[in-house]
Write a protein that binds this ligand. Structure first.
Ligand SMILES: [Cu+2]
Length: 338
């Protein structure tokens, strides 16, 4: 039974499919395959059987550096030359994501997620950009509640929709010492910990599990529904991703994934966010990018514990800038179903 739980913590459809191929009766879909879960950077990509729970922890690190205007990278001096006295030179984003899934029925899985965010951004300023400083912020980020609804299922494939609500839990009044401003100030938009708005999170996910490999895809949106407490709303976001995965032995699988993301500028403005730096501009936040990522999944069948890692690199980006570009990211995750 434990095995069933594990496999189910993955993907209903994938479970039954893989089960078939492994000569497991379809009535008790078991999927002792590491690739029955998508790469760890994808969320809400599997459903559960009635009565099952799954808890997960994900850690994500993202490195941003190099300013872009459109698809071209620009030097720090060039950014200064555009009239910005302070130039962001790099940003590290760390996210701890706790998730809980529960299936009240075979056709509906509920998912709750809470994020803790840790940000730091380095800058240069002054004549010859000779001075530097770093700002930091950390705390509760965005949270969400999502229902995943099964739309279609065959022996080898499944399709489900997600409809989620983004909760306005993110702390967006973060401050830190800004030396060129001579004191502690409200930090610019990308240093705030999330949207702080109500939002809608629609998604559509397809999974297919064949005998020797699997593939899937997901499209999802983040649509802001109102201005946050500081009188602005982040731009909507759209993401499309597709992956292929291959089992390696009994407990491992590897994956290759491509992701396209597009997000808008900020509407409204926080009157406390000001200064001669691109990160205070609401019209220099939007953009789009294309990432390629490699992943590995590990599934310890006797304990039901899954561990996974994925590393991604941004290969192309088109930013309303000057805006710091994304360089690479790493996601590590642990999942346990019961
Ligand atoms: Cu799950």
């Amino acid at each position: 039974m434990k095995l069933h739980t594990l496999s189910l913590s993955i993907s209903l459809a994938s479970g039954s499919l893989a089960g078939d191929f492994l000569s497991v009766p379809t009535s008790t879909p078991t999927s002792p395959r590491a690739d029955s879960h998508a790469p760890i950077g994808v969320m809400g990509e599997h459903m559960h059987k009635k009565g099952e729970f799954m808890a997960s922890y994900r850690y994500q690190f993202m490195r941003m550096e190099q300013n872009f205007v459109g698809t071209s990278s620009v030097s720090d001096a060039a950014v200064q030359g555009l009239g910005f006295g302070i130039v962001p030179t790099g940003m590290d984003m760390e996210m701890h994501m706790i998730g809980l899934m529960y299936a009240p029925s075979d056709s509906v899985t509920l998912m709750a997620m809470v994020n803790y965010v840790d940000l730091s951004m380095s800058h240069r300023f002054g004549p010859g950009l000779a001075n530097e400083f770093t700002t930091r912020s950390s705390g509760i980020g965005d949270s969400s509640l999502t229902a995943l609804i099964k739309l279609h299922e065959t022996k080898t494939s499944s399709l489900h929709a997600g409809i989620g609500v983004l909760l306005p839990t993110a702390e967006i009044e973060e401050t830190d010492l800004i030396p060129p401003a001579g004191g502690v100030r409200r930090l610019p938009y990308p240093m705030q910990l999330g949207a702080g708005s109500w939002g809608l999170l629609p998604s559509l996910t397809y999974n297919s599990h064949l005998e020797n490999w699997s593939y899937g895809g997901q499209v999802k949106g983040t649509i802001m529904l109102d201005d946050n407490s500081e009188d602005y709303r982040l731009g909507d976001r759209f993401e499309a991703t597709a992956w292929i995965a291959k089992p390696l032995g009994e407990q491992f699988s590897t994956s290759l994934r491509a992701t396209f993301s597009k997000w808008g500028n900020i509407s409204g403005a926080d009157p406390l966010i000001a200064g001669p730096v691109p990160t205070t501009r609401t019209d220099l936040r939007g953009g789009s990018k294309f990432d390629l990522s490699l992943g590995v999944n590990f599934f310890e069948t006797s304990s039901g514990v899954r561990a996974a890692a994925e590393i991604g690199k941004t290969l192309w980006q088109d930013l309303d800038g000057p805006q710091l570009g994304s360089d690479y990211w790493v996601t590590l995750g642990l999942q346990y179903g019961w």
